[in-house]
Design a binder for this molecule. Sequence first.
Ligand code: ADP
Length: 338
Amino acid sequence: MNQNVPQPADLVHAMPDPALVVDAQGVVAFANELAVELLDTEPARRHLSASLRVPAVLEAVTAAISGEGPGSVDYEIRVPVPRSFRAHVSCLGPGKGALIVLRDLTREQQIERMRADFVANASHELRTPLAALSGFLETIQGAAKSDPKAQEKFLGLMKSQAERMRRLIDDLLSLSRIEMNEHVRPSGEVDLNQVSAHVRDVLSGMAKDFDCELTLESDGPLTIAGSRDELVQVIQNLAENALKYGSSGKRVEMVVHKNGEWAEVSVRDHGPGISEQHIPRLTERFYRVNVQDSRSRGGTGLGLAIVKHIVNRHRGRLVITSELGKGSTFMMKLPLKG
Ligand code: ADP
């Protein structure tokens, strides 16, 4: 045998998915490491049915061995964790057995589900203010037709619903723009201290309205590679949230700090805090601890999702810590170099 010619077993081992070859009797001739790992047993030299107990796949293998064209079967496993697979089964030639390749569809299906959920959530979020707008319009045309005072009141309510829709659409567009660019690293130079000072100035009015002190503490200029507009959006979002949800603590502190290889910007409030089970989900789109509370404060539930995407694009990390009754700290860590 020529040692330099690849053997069938080499091909199976080189495949990027779990793969097995069975002979004409259905006995496994070779299985690659991924298949051994997936089936949690060494399937070689035993009948396939001993390691892969999925009747539909075994039927497809029998059909392929008897010369039928390639086929595929989708199946699910429940243990140790639920996962979905597609088994591609093809005949290797008359009397030569079959090749079975198993593709893990779990992630693809998860993404598909997330996309469908997102569309459903976004439509629902837009439909709510739209329904309110239609209701107010009807009232103005009907019951309040000849009541200028009531009309004025409803027009005001309509304005706030229209603004809510605008905020939602702005956030959705922002999210999609950032997602599209997420793999491209931003190239500008940004001084995080200057950006944070800008945010503090922009939000000084809001802080006053909330009767809350917004402070900035820093070691001086701290320059990193990034997009200024996006980093303004992150810091502003975090500071706005701290004011919106944590103003009862009377103080919101922004700190810009160099920590080894990282530039850190943290926003700390002394408000009610967030209970532990919500923290990992805060950056999911439309996730809110309290939907009514968020809506009444003009929230869209997209702010932290946008923050996470921007931080990812900057190859950074978002660290959230919180203690009930004590307050929360949202920290963005960005790499200083490369
Ligand atoms: P929203 O538009 O609702 O503010 P975000 O994505 O910015 O959406 O935040 C998601 C949720 O996280 C908020 O609805 C709120 O429940 C919670 N949250 C964010 N920041 C804070 C904070 N500083 N303190 C308490 N809860 C917060």
